[in-house]
Design a protein around this ligand. Structure first.
Ligand code: HEC
Length: 141
């Protein structure tokens, strides 16, 4: 895992031109726990659409160029808490996921704060789309 020095982390936080008002805790938690793989600017790993040498896909962006906003809140929460493999196994999807589980590392409230931060960076259309998806999810679809 990549190690980031304290000053580099601070610089990243200061240099990030993203919304700071919504869930400020989520922003710092994102930088600490997600940015090494998903990118300091939520840009994802380079070449994220192609599997790496190990056959596993690199981390996708969480900004509007990725597909995070295609998923409802419950799915995103579950994916972060239990990790990609557990969720995909439950869905019967045959996929080798490199997305770790954060259930032992982050509290539910911290995961929610991170997801709120990620959502706050999306343009309004993506936010609306994702809110509708969350609503469908609530109704069991
Ligand atoms: C060690 C690298 C790594 C770290 C750290 C990491 N991820 Fe991931 N993540 C991945 C990879 C690789 C994928 C793509 C594989 C997959 O979808 O299962 C992924 C996929 C995802 C997805 C599903 C795809 C999408 O965009 O909807 C979500 C949600 C997600 N990560 C959230 C997070 C959050 C939130 C954090 C920080 C708490 C985080 N990840 C930290 C590697 C990582």
């Amino acid at each position: 895992m990549l190690r980031i020095s304290r000053s580099a982390l601070l610089l990243m936080l200061v240099a990030t031109p993203l919304a700071g008002e919504v869930a400020p805790g989520g922003r710092a938690l994102y930088a600490r726990h997600c940015a090494t793989c998903h990118g300091a600017q939520l840009e994802g790993a380079p070449d994220w659409q192609r599997p790496g040498a190990d056959g596993r896909f690199p981390a996708p962006p969480h900004d509007e160029t990725g597909h995070t906003w295609h998923h409802g809140d419950a799915f995103l929460f579950d994916y972060t808490k239990r990790g990609g493999q557990a969720v995909l196994d439950d869905l019967g999807v045959d996929f080798d996921s490199a997305m770790p589980a954060f259930g032992e590392i982050l509290s539910d409230a911290e995961i929610r704060a991170i997801l709120a931060f990620i959502r706050s960076t999306w343009p309004p259309e993506a936010q609306d789309f994702q809110a509708a998806r969350t609503e469908q999810e609530r109704q069991g679809n």
